[in-house]
Design a protein around this ligand. Structure first.
Ligand SMILES: [Zn+2]
Length: 183
């Protein structure tokens, strides 16, 4: 009998013991904390994710519960060079090991290379995916090549006016030459 796993309330033990696999193709709009960080959000942004449960033989009496998470997403951020939105691709590829509870996870965390999580029958996979994506956000976002469009169109007229007021460098040069020849 196949079991349906809920990504919002995942029974981790059952999922891992079954070596089960789960994947999703979510709208970015479903991830509220990512939406808060977004600039220029549009509806065709998605979060694609896959999780695989794996039971591993361990030194202790009980096997270890592991989960492999991969995520591909696109996050619109503000380009720090041209100040227009830039779609930044995000990738997550991590292994997690589930331990008995939060206290055990905290106690072992410093020594473990992998990320430790407390096992749960109602594990919120979406919260984990969102946590990982938030950590994957770049500190500074930039286009590889900024669009040529001038971001603040209203200022271009002022710019032209400023250019017009400046004396023509060739006119100045002519005047200078004139003075020279006059002396
Ligand atoms: Zn840019």
């Amino acid at each position: 009998m196949t079991k349906d796993y809920s990504p919002d309330r995942l029974d981790v033990k059952a999922f891992v013991q079954a070596g089960a696999h789960l994947k999703g193709h979510d709208s970015l709009l479903k991830y509220e904390r990512l939406v808060q960080e977004a600039h220029g959000i549009h509806p065709d942004l998605h979060v694609d994710w896959q999780v695989q449960g794996e039971l591993r033989a361990a030194e202790g009496p009980a096997p270890e519960a592991w989960m492999h998470l991969t995520v591909q997403a696109t996050q619109p951020l503000l380009c720090q060079r041209c100040l227009t939105p830039v779609d930044v691709p995000l990738e997550v590829d991590r292994w997690f090991r589930f331990v008995a509870d939060e206290a055990t996870a905290e106690a072992l965390d410093d020594d473990a290379e992998e990320d430790l999580l407390a096992i749960s029958r109602e594990f919120d996979l979406h919260a984990l995916i969102e946590d990982e994506l938030l950590m994957a956000l770049p500190v500074v976002a930039r286009h590889e090549e900024c669009p040529v469009v001038v971001p603040m169109v209203s200022s271009s007229e002022d710019f032209d006016a400023a250019e017009a007021e400046k004396p023509n460098p060739f006119a100045a040069l002519t005047g200078f030459k004139g003075d020279k020849s006059g002396s």
